[in-house]
Design a protein around this ligand. Structure first.
Ligand code: XLS
Ligand code: CA
Ligand code: CA
Length: 455
């Protein structure tokens, strides 16, 4: 997405030309389990082809690089100009630079051994004066992307339409009070469904960037939700019409940029999908950074979405709950990754979804090498999470303890309740016969200690 810095303050183009290697000093990253702690340009835990729990690590983890942060991030923040000076950029949003950039990106993916990528329409090609010109730009750059995907054996995890950056969307896209703006959003979704299909994308994401409100005083909540659902229904119809078979995903987020966003968290989105009979056509893309912004624990939405049958994909990043805004950091916490991987293993994988690194290096991390080290660190974090979760499930102590905790519902009155066959009169009779229930410990510290034995 574009930066707000004046052109004069933008980084100037460096030495690299479109044809030269973008990362000449970096070789393909290898698995070196015995590497010394200061050898950071290798994997210590991620061994792509290693079989574990019935699949290769690569199949379980399905890592993906996001284009918007890693190749469009400038390091600009509300208080400062860009800091990330990439050799293939010249500060302009031209087609020439768009091509040099995407070549650099595919070199990056293949040096890391990452098999998937994700992008918004506006990340890869500049907007033109008209929708037609913009779409022609997108056609041209996506032709090149298709070529590069084949050359480097990289696939598209998901595409998405950027319905939030352009000023036309300042009052929302599908929820905009002006149908002309909603029409523009629909035109963009139509084109991006076509491009995602052309690139063999296996998912399509909707993040409702400005689908919410800044003040409820000027907002008709019911009409806005109806309109957003109508746009989703049109997307489902068009997906079927063009034969796009990818999974549609909605990404929850509670706030930022709007004060309130309708897709607040996993349970809210599932309620919305059921209200509008869209639950058969959509799953969720969960970003743990958004989960913590909603006031939940890191793994909460992944687990809730999974257990309710809606977990489609994960934007594997982290926030800084002590800051409280959307920092999109690289996930480096092994315990969080372990709990996320446990949920993913319990649903037998994420396919066609994956673990997309919707993460940006800090604006102070200005070396090209930081782009690699950040992804390597995050991949190793999730590889450790996978290995830990496999041990938890194989040894079975934690799952058995939880099962035992609910075992009262396996028989008798508990089973009747679960089967939906009990009545309030029967519950009353049960208490008359059995008196006061025993006090049963929740044993939280025991569970926490047990988890620590695996992390
Ligand atoms: C922003 C979102 C966004 C989506 C894709 O906070 O995370 O990047 O993942 O539009
Ligand atoms: Ca995201
Ligand atoms: Ca985010």
């Amino acid at each position: 997405m574009s930066s707000f810095a004046p052109a004069a303050k933008r980084p100037k183009r460096g030495k690299a030309s479109a044809d030269s290697e973008a990362f000449p000093d970096i070789k393909r990253i290898e698995y070196k389990p015995d590497a010394k702690p200061d050898d950071l340009l290798c994997f210590k835990h991620y061994n792509a082809k290693e079989e574990i729990y019935g699949k290769t690590m690569e199949e379980w983890l399905r890592f993906s690089v996001c284009y918007w942060h890693t190749f469009r991030g400038t390091g600009a923040d509300p208080f400062g100009y860009p800091t990330l000076i990439r050799p293939w950029e010249d500060g302009d949003d031209s087609m020439e630079i768009a091509k040099a950039r995407i070549r650099a990106a595919f070199e990056f993916f293949s040096k890391l051994g990452i098999k998937y990528w994700t992008f918004h329409d506006r990340d890869i090609a500049p907007e033109g004066e008209t929708l037609e010109e913009t779409n022609r730009n997108l056609d041209e750059i996506s032709d090149l992307a298709l070529e590069l995907q084949k050359k480097h054996d990289v696939k598209l995890l998901w595409g998405t339409a950027n319905l939030f950056a352009n000023p036309r969307y300042m009052n929302g896209a599908g929820t905009n009070p002006d149908p002309h703006v909603l029409a523009y959003a629909g035109a963009q979704v139509k084109k991006m469904l076509e491009i995602t299909k052309k690139l063999g994308g296996v998912n399509f994401v909707f993040w409702g960037g400005r689908e919410g409100y800044q003040t409820i005083l000027n907002t008709d909540v019911k009409r806005e939700l109806d309109h957003m659902a109508a746009l989703f229904k049109m997307a489902v119809d068009y997906k079927k019409k063009i034969g796009f078979t990818g999974q549609l995903l909605i990404e929850p987020k509670p706030k930022e940029p709007t004060k309130h966003q309708y897709d607040y968290d996993a349970q809210t989105v599932i309620g919305f999908l059921k209200t509008y009979n869209l639950d058969g056509d959509f799953k969720l893309n969960i970003e743990p950074n958004h989960t913590t912004l909603a006031g939940h624990g890191y793994e909460h939405d992944v687990i809730v979405a999974s257990k309710l049958g809606f977990l489609g994909s994960v934007d594997s990043n982290t926030g800084s709950p002590d800051l409280g805004w959307d920092t999109d950091q690289f996930p480096m916490d092994v315990k969080g990754a372990t709990l996320v991987m446990k949920a993913i293993l319990e649903q037998d994988g994420l396919t066609p979804g994956g673990l997309n690194f919707d993460c940006k290096v800090r604006r102070e991390s200005t070396d090209l090498e930081d782009m690699f080290v950040s992804h390597i660190g995050a991949m190793d974090t999730f590889a450790r999470g996978l290995r830990n979760a496999v041990r938890i499930l194989t040894e079975g102590l934690l799952p058995t303890a939880v099962k035992e905790r609910y075992s009262g519902f396996d028989t008798g009155i508990g089973k009747k309740v679960e089967d939906g066959k009990a009545t309030l009169e029967e519950l009353e009779q049960y208490v008359i016969e059995h008196g006061e229930p025993a006090v049963l410990s929740g044993r939280q510290e025991r569970y926490e200690t047990l988890l620590n034995r695996y992390v």
